[in-house]
Ligand binder design. Structure first.
Ligand code: R1P
Ligand code: URA
Length: 284
């Protein structure tokens, strides 16, 4: 068979589950909440009517159940776009590859992915403890350079690419067209913005402990180019969703305002507020 995948390409565990996520196709709902922190998984699933499945391996914890009668999954991704590479490819394999035959299915099934994360702001006016929905995302991490070339071009991306001054860093820009389709649900979010995804927490986010960052003015420069906030996953979620034919939306709560040097006084309360706000909208 032409499209049969070798054992080394689609790696499975002894029970037939996908290698890292440790899941079988029936463990997954089509609506999936992705969170970075494994501890956030039970903070989401406690609102489910019931939890049917709890599985984990490494940093990937999954709970699947129902919410107001509809099936839903919440999964932790850990930190970073390299983890998202694993999560997106294995989620897609669960839906669109026959794992036993190791063949592509002919009917494409699309997932709805919602990232509920935390972020920092580079715009001094974007205040901590509020939610920000990502419209455009600037990937400064490099993951998508390894896939077939796809870049979304709009006014924001053209302006950003034209003015981005750091030659060593090659940005990739994406856009959630789904965010536009479902903007009615999310229009009452305090902020809609342009998120930068970074490949680290310290110098890539302009933090300098004992090591100097590339440029003291990095965050100011990004703010001048229209970036509102930053975190470490959304470029890979939006980029790979686009390539794989899934729908994705990121809602982050702002826990650090870097331009004012402020950190949330109670980020657990902000996260709880975000979880409740999103769950109300995901399933009516
Ligand atoms: C860094 O502390 C982590 O927090 C943010 C970043 O994207 C990174 O994963 O998101 P989560 O709170 O979802 O993990
Ligand atoms: N998430 C990040 O990646 N950075 C922050 O400063 C806060 C949340």
């Amino acid at each position: 068979m032409l499209n049969k995948l070798a054992a080394s390409e689609l790696v499975l565990n002894e029970d037939g589950s996908v290698y890292h996520l440790n899941l079988l196709p029936e463990d997954l709902a089509e609506k999936i909440i992705l969170v970075g922190d494994p501890d956030r998984v039970p903070k989401v699933s406690k609102y489910f009517d019931k939890i049917e499945i709890k599985k984990n391996k490494r940093e990937f914890y999954t709970h699947t159940g129902t919410l107001r009668g509809e099936r839903i999954t919440v999964m932790s991704t850990g930190i970073g776009t390299e983890n998202i590479d694993i999560v997106m490819n294995e989620l897609d394999a669960l839906m669109n590859i026959d794992l036993q035959k190791k063949e592509f299915k002919t009917n494409h099934q699309s997932l709805q992915l919602f990232r509920l994360g935390t972020c920092g702001s580079v715009n001094p006016d974007v205040e901590v403890d509020n939610m920000l929905v990502t419209q455009n995302v600037v990937g400064l991490d490099g993951l998508l350079h390894f896939y077939q070339d796809y870049q979304f071009k709009n006014e924001f991306s053209r302006n950003f690419m034209e003015k981005f001054p750091y030659e060593r860093i090659k940005p990739m820009l994406y856009f959630s067209d789904w965010a536009e389709d479902i903007s009615d649900y999310y229009k009452d979010a305090k902020y809609h913005g342009n998120t930068a995804t970074f490949p680290g927490f310290y110098a890539p986010q302009g933090r300098q402990l004992r090591l100097k960052a590339l440029d003291d003015q990095f965050l100011e420069t990004l703010n001048d180019l229209g970036v509102t906030n930053f975190e470490m996953e959304t470029s890979a979620i939006y980029g790979l969703s686009k390539l794989l034919g899934h729908k994705a939306l990121t809602v982050n709560c702002v826990i650090a305002n870097r331009r004012r040097g402020e950190f949330s006084a109670d980020h657990h309360a902000s996260e709880k507020n975000m979880i409740e706000w999103v769950l109300e909208r995901i399933i009516k």
